[in-house]
Design a protein around this ligand. Structure first.
Ligand SMILES: [Zn+2]
Length: 368
C-alpha cells in the first residue's frame, strides 16, 4: 500500500499534465480485470489526458457503486520526493506531496487489489479518475456521463479521518462587476470626470460581504482599475463569489449584490456591467438515503462513529450530484493539502482502504 502510494506521488501530474499518470493507471486498472475507457475531456480542455472510467462486473446483485478520485495536483507538484518518516509520509519540503488526491487513488487501487487477491464477491464496481479537478472541477464538468453506469458512489477527496462523510457542500457563483465612470484630467478639470473608484466604493459600502448566514458566504476578492495618478479613474473591475448550501439563497444573494451595484453606481451617474457565472451545483444528501447509509453502516462496522459533515468548498462530488448521481465525499486523512508541508499518515491510508472494502461489502448486501 505504501509502495503504491509512493509510486503514485512520484509520477508528475500537475493539472493538464496527467498523461503519464493516466498511462500508469490504465494499466493497473486493466491488470485488476477492469474494462477501461478514456473520455474526450483532455481534448476539450487542451490537457494531456481525459478522465478514466473503469468497470468491473460483480457477482452480487447489489447496486453498482463508483469510487472516484482526481489524478491532477496543484503546483509545485513536479519531481515530488516523498519522505517516509516513521508513520508519516511527507514531501521533501520543496513541493506538495500530492496526497490530494493520490491518497484517494492509492486507496481505491489497494481495495481492488485485495478484492482480487481474496476473491471477495461484490456488486459491480466502477472507478472514475478525473483530470483538472484543481482547475475548477474542469475534468468532471467535461466527464462523459453517458459512460457512467452507477447511480451512487463516493469521491475520496475530503479532509477529515475515516468516517468523515461530506453530505452537504455549497453551490457557487462567481461574478465580475465592471464599474464605469468618466475620465478627465485630475488637475485641470476633475469636475468633468466621474470617478469609478469612488463609485465602486460607494456601492461596496452598501453591500453585505463575508458570512451572510449559517450556510451562505460571499466575497469580493479582486479589485483593479484606474489608468494613472493624474487621470480620474473611468473603469474599475471587481471579482467575487457567492456560495450557499441552499441554491435559492445563492440566487437571492447574487441577485441582490448585482442589484446593489447597479442601483448605487447608477445613483451617482455611473454605469455597471455585471457578469455572473454558475460554477457548480450543491451537494445535499439525506442522512437516510442509500449512499449515506452505506457509508454510515460501513463506518460503524469498523468501530468508527460516522460524522455527517458539511463543507464550504466544492469537489467532483458537486458535479456528480448535479448529474443526478448520488455521491458523498469521504475524508481520507490528508493534511495541509495545497502546501509544501502536506503529509499523510500511513494509518490513514490503511484505515481508508478497510473502509472502502467495507463500503463495497455493504453495497453488495443491498441486493440480498
Ligand atoms: Zn483534491
Amino acid at each position: 500500500m505504501v509502495e503504491s502510494f509512493l509510486t503514485l506521488v512520484r509520477i508528475d501530474s500537475e493539472s493538464g499534465q496527467e498523461g503519464a499518470l493516466r498511462d500508469y493507471l490504465r494499466e493497473r486498472l486493466q491488470n485488476l480485470g477492469m474494462e477501461v475507457y478514456e473520455d474526450e475531456a483532455g481534448k476539450v480542455l487542451g490537457g494531456e489526458a481525459g478522465n478514466l472510467i473503469a468497470w468491473k462486473p460483480g457477482e452480487l446483485s447489489g447496486p453498482s457503486i463508483f469510487l472516484a478520485a482526481h489524478m491532477d495536483t496543484v503546483v509545485p507538484g513536479k519531481g515530488v520526493k516523498p519522505v517516509l518518516e516513521g508513520e508519516i509520509i511527507r514531501s521533501s519540503g520543496d513541493t506538495i506531496l500530492g496526497g490530494d488526491d493520490k491518497a484517494g487513488i492509492a486507496v481505491i487501487l489497494e481495495a481492488l487489489e485485495v478484492i482480487k487477491e481474496r476473491n471477495i464477491p461484490h456488486s459491480p464496481l466502477e472507478v472514475i479518475f478525473t483530470v483538472s479537478e484543481e482547475q475548477g472541477l474542469m475534468g468532471s464538468k467535461h466527464l462523459d456521463f453517458s459512460r457512467v453506469r452507477s447511480k451512487l458512489g463516493f469521491v475520496l477527496d475530503a479532509d477529515g479521518e475515516t468516517g468523515h462523510i461530506v453530505v452537504r457542500a455549497p453551490t457557487q457563483n462567481e461574478f465580475t462587476v465592471t464599474v464605469l465612470g468618466r475620465a478627465a484630467h485630475a488637475g485641470m478639470n476633475p469636475e468633468e470626470g466621474l470617478n469609478a473608484i469612488c463609485l465602486a466604493a460607494y456601492a461596496i459600502n452598501h453591500l453585505n460581504i463575508g458570512r451572510i448566514d449559517e450556510e451562505t458566504t460571499c466575497n469580493l476578492g479582486v479589485i483593479s482599475g484606474g489608468r494613472a495618478r493624474n487621470i480620474v479613474a473611468d473603469r474599475v473591475e471587481l471579482k467575487g463569489e457567492v456560495r450557499s448550501l441552499t441554491p435559492a439563497k445563492l440566487d437571492a444573494v447574487t441577485g441582490e449584490m448585482m442589484a446593489v451595484f447597479q442601483e448605487k453606481v447608477g445613483e451617482k451617474g455611473g454605469r455597471c456591467e455585471v457578469e455572473v457565472r454558475h460554477l457548480y451545483p450543491a451537494v445535499n444528501l439525506d442522512p437516510e438515503e442509500p449512499v449515506v447509509q452505506i457509508a454510515v453502516r460501513a463506518a460503524r462496522t469498523l468501530g468508527k462513529e460516522p460524522v455527517l459533515a458539511r463543507t464550504g468548498g466544492g469537489s467532483d462530488a458537486n458535479i456528480f450530484n448535479g448529474q443526478g448521481i448520488r455521491c458523498a465525499n469521504l475524508g481520507i486523512g490528508m493534511k495541509k493539502v495545497h502546501t509544501t508541508e502536506e503529509y499523510i499518515e500511513v494509518k490513514s491510508l490503511v484505515d481508508s482502504t478497510r473502509y472502502i472494502l467495507q463500503i463495497i461489502e455493504e453495497a453488495g448486501k443491498m441486493g440480498l
